[in-house]
Every structure is written in structure tokens, then in C-alpha cells.
Design a protein around this ligand. Sequence first.
Ligand code: SF4
Length: 204
Amino acid sequence: MYSIEEVDKDSFFVEASAVNTYLYCPRRCYYEYVQNEFESNIHTILGDQVHENVDELGVEDRRGKTIYKAVKLFSQKYGVVVKVDTVEEYDGEIYPVEYKKGKSKVWKNDKYQMALQVMLLEEKINKPINKGYIYYVGSKERVEIKITSKIREEILHTIENIKKLYSTMKIPQGVDNQKCKQCSIINICLPDERKILSNKFIIK
Ligand code: SF4
């Protein structure tokens, strides 16, 4: 019932995962979504494995809950497409549930990706939703994420920034911090090498 649909092929849509990546590092977002330079590392492989169970479209009834799997949503209003791991309908409420690897530590980028899913789902059903859940497979914990107006505003701002990446094709500064060690495209971005060169030749 909530799955889709035909996206208007002439319109440009930002993927919700790009919002997550931009909040991790704008430079990574540029490489992956503008230049299509995806690489794998242990973190991306584990993330893919976590999503295998919720990657196929389907509907299940579990203890009174209706669970829709692999729900695709798009918003003409925000210019965004998203694949939601699951949408649950229970006791008169409806909300998305995102699956993440590891233990229950809520990172800002994951929280905001969840909020974007909420925004698209509420647009789809034309009803306000103020929460979603992240399920951490490593610790088997489910964390409720409250969606505030501040988060919504920041997400819209991030979407605009991503659209600018596509239109200007200008590579942004990277975070160049401890996140680089976990980043799957460190061998493309070369933060350490850039740092050495920038000290010598003022290269950014
Ligand atoms: S290596 Fe660091 S600066 Fe480069 S894309 Fe990854 S996180 Fe960003």
C-alpha cells in the first residue's frame, strides 16, 4: 500500500543515503554520488549484510504489527528518493525502522537519514509522524528517534548543499579527521597525502 511507483524520470532526485554520507563528510558525498566512486571496506560490507534481510519487497504480520519491507518513497517537494528498510504499522501508528550494523550508538548522519525517511513517509500518507526507530543488529537494540523541527530544517539545508555539489561539480573540503580511518574511499581521497602536499605547495 505504501510502496511505489513511478518517479518522474525528468526530475532530479537526491538519494537519502547521500544525505547520510554528506553529513559524514561532504567530500565523500561528492566522490560517491557525483563521481560514482564507490569502494568497499569492512564497514560497508557489514552494512550491506545487515540490509540483506530487509532488501526484498514484502509485507508481514507479526504479533499484530504490519511490517512493510524495502519500501521505496520519493518526494517531488524535497527532490529526494529513499528506500526504507521497513515501515511498521501498529496500534494506529506508522513509522519507519532502519537497520544498522554495530551497537546502539546513534550517529548524527544516521539520525538525520531516519528523519528524512519520516518526512517522506508523512508526505506519502499525508499525516504527521514524529518518530522513527533505528535497530542495531550488533546489540539487538531498538532506539527511538524523535524528529524535531530543527532536524527537519537542517536536512533541507543539507539537501540544498548536495544539489549544489551536482550543479557546481566543485569538490568540497573533507573532514580530514579521525573519520577518515573508517572511510571506504580513503585511497581515493588520500587525506594524509593531501595534507603533506598542502604544507609544501598550498594544495587543497
Ligand atoms: S578520507 Fe576523510 S576527508 Fe576523504 S572523503 Fe573520507 S572522510 Fe572525507
